[in-house]
Design a protein around this ligand. Structure first.
Ligand SMILES: Cc1cc2nc3c(=O)[nH]c(=O)nc-3n(C[C@H](O)[C@H](O)[C@H](O)COP(=O)(O)O)c2cc1C
Length: 265
């Protein structure tokens, strides 16, 4: 599948088949995609723990149930707990040097590149100290990794939905035994979709010209209709929500899964 089509079809899938387990190999593909995403300074602070409903311990499953946001968590064959390990910042110097070593950072010979990183870049970062562990740019890195994993899931026929952790997050992290200094990012349910991939259609978004600018704020980025038509042809833009059949689909899914209305949490 072409990338544009995959982006267009990638949608939060809340309704997944509770009876069809997810193969660990497919989760591996998601993790592989996350691992090679870009990270500032090559820090690599994104971590994931995949909890499989069929094989996890009762304690692990109970900890997941403590998360109140998202009924999907109760039916998902697999839930990925994505978190950020701030301790990764401590190894940043080594990993920056690796970038110079392999020719991904700086110009000139290997020695010149390494000197540049050592004498110019590293003092800036070490001067910032613990600030680099505070919420901010590392979360952006992690988002890139999770986005790649999400596309990789879709490409394998899986549906996912991100869920904020809510108040049960701290207890979950403790029960998983993650290192101190870790921050829970979100939970992602993974399973085989029970709903059609359109999932009710392209969800409403803010107007393009409110979001993106050229040269300065207030100068809306020009939106070419030709580009919009091209992306529609390529499948990146699909039928907009609401789709005429969605109400019926939702009732079908509610009955199939035995959900209580309104089932928003
Ligand atoms: C970081 C993040 C957190 C989210 N948290 C929740 C959540 O707690 N509960 C939920 O039902 N959906 C959650 N979602 C899913 C969004 O509500 C969803 O992306 C939105 O409905 C748009 O749908 P789409 O992803 O198909 O475009 C989250 C999505 C992201 C990216």
């Amino acid at each position: 599948m072409e990338l544009r089509e995959a982006i267009g079809r990638r949608r939060s899938i809340r309704f997944i088949n509770p009876y069809k387990p997810v193969e660990p190999e497919k989760i591996q593909v998601m993790f592989e995609a996350a691992r090679i995403a870009s990270h500032w300074g090559n820090v690599q602070s994104l971590r994931g723990i995949a909890i499989f409903r069929d094989t996890a311990s009762k304690e692990q499953l109970d900890a997941l149930q403590g998360i109140i946001l998202g009924w999907q968590i109760k039916i998902a064959p697999c839930v990925i707990v994505w978190y950020l390990d701030t301790n990764a910042v401590d190894g940043q110097s080594d990993r920056l040097m690796k970038l110079a070593e392999v020719g991904a950072l700086g110009v000139g010979t290997k020695e010149v590149r390494e000197d540049g990183v050592k004498n110019t870049l590293l003092p800036i970062f070490t001067g910032m100290g613990e600030v680099l562990k505070t919420p901010g740019i590392s979360e952006v890195d992690c988002g890139q990794g999770i986005a790649q994993a999400t596309l990789a899931a879709y490409e394998q026929g899986l549906g996912t939905c991100c869920l904020g952790a809510g108040p049960g997050g701290t207890a979950l992290m403790e029960s998983l035994g993650v290192p101190e200094g870790s921050r829970l990012l979100l939970l992602q349910t993974v399973g085989y979709p029970l709903e059609h991939w359109e999932a009710g259609g392209q969800r409403p978004r803010l107007p393009f010209d409110e979001l993106f600018h050229m040269n300065s704020y207030g100068e809306s980025f020009p939106r070419s209709e030709e580009v919009v038509e091209e992306l529609t042809r390529d499948g990146m833009f699909t039928r907009p929500a609401p789709l005429p059949e969605r109400d019926e689909e939702l009732q079908f899914l509610r009955d199939a899964l035995g959900l209580k209305e309104p089932a928003v949490l």
